[in-house]
Design a protein around this ligand. Sequence first.
Ligand code: FES
Length: 212
Amino acid sequence: MPLPYSEKLLEYFKHPKNVGKIENPDAKAKEGSPACGDMVTLYLKVDEKTKRITEIKFESFGCASNIATGSIITELAKGRTLEEAKEITWEDASKELGGLPPIKVHCSVLAVDVLRAAIEDYEEKHGLMKDKERTTKEIVLKRLKHVMNPIAGLDIVRTNIVKSVTIEEDTVKVAIALERDHQFASNIKEEVIERLGGLWDIEKIEVGFEKE
Ligand code: FES
């Protein structure tokens, strides 16, 4: 049985807006959906004085709903200040598209999550974070939940391959239960470093591989 997609959603899927990559973005984020494993990357250019989003693009490896909601939220965010863009919700995107089938709600949540993560990335890089909470193990694990374990199609935390996380002053050490020469080891390492890179009080990230 075909999914009940609105005409507008199909139109945005066939002719998506703001798809692509921005070279030298001011901020970017990559998010994966825990529900389906699909990934989206979003890029921002921000006017430093007004804090308005001047350019925004996304690359989606998600489904039609994700591409359509990515188009809508990027259209809504363009020209807004970062604070205004934070207010955009998946419900806004769904409303604009004339509703989403319930099993496709997570696709619009993914689009909104990646926008918020890119804004956070900008704020971290520009020292705009309001509450400078020191990095804790919980904060690290929360970020690691966005790193995919390609072997299982889910993140590395939920698939239990994060053996340990240690924080010593400005260094985070992450041990992954995988052989050092595993085909996905370098991929996972890169993603862990990228994901933890924006933490304001962390200078060094060490990723080790240990398989019993
Ligand atoms: Fe994965 Fe829609 S099913 S983003």
